[in-house]
Design a protein around this ligand. Sequence first.
Ligand code: PEP
Length: 248
Amino acid sequence: MRRPMIAANWKMNKTMAEARSFIDAFRGLVRDVTDVDIVLAPPSTLLCKLRKETDSSNIMLASQNMFYEDKGAFTGEISADMVKDFAEYVIIGHSERRQYFGESDDVINKKVNKALEKGLKVIFCMGETDEEREEGREKEVIAKQIKNGLDGVGSLDNVVVAYEPIWAIGTGKTATPEIAQEVHLFIRNEIRKIFGNETAEKIRILYGGSVKPGNAAELMEQPDIDGGLVGGASLDAEGFAQIVKFKG
Ligand code: PEP
């Protein structure tokens, strides 16, 4: 049985004061949750503060990004070691990084390898655009993202995959549970081809794209959906707690 994970991607949202009021409410709301991994990915300005606020709690932290070099003249970037000071996880390959910041499969692959080398756990994102799906190319696109993004990775023990169809991110358009399940199974089978059966059965594959309190349970019920990566609906403590408690 794979342990579900529900992860919040706050993107470029929340000041210190806003994060404080979120965490004050959220910690209590999820205090009794023992059967789901809970992860918050705030902007990096908030990692230090949230580390203090979540120590000895059931909440883990993720960075939304990192650079693949160890240190040096890379203005604006943060390294894996810096992330490790505060967070267990790092999100790599998010479609917004690919789309707005020009991150190629090659850059993403370097980041994945560096994060794992440094002992971070990776939430590795992939997904197709509307156009790619309309052209019937979603599986081809995803297979390429898996092959290129995970090139040179020896073990997926510290990797969680997130399938996030770009047409469903922040649009209010959720993939139906059936569509999401079909792609999740495809991803698991691609991983099986490269990393073997045991890894494929063990790895968690999260769904992302307009997950809300009202649709979380039916998505999570699918056999190959092992949790969610949640953007917009993770900004509200009550709503996000409801998603974390999707089992009821
Ligand atoms: C995301 O960007 O990771 C995401 C899933 O966003 P949203 O839930 O807002 O669609």
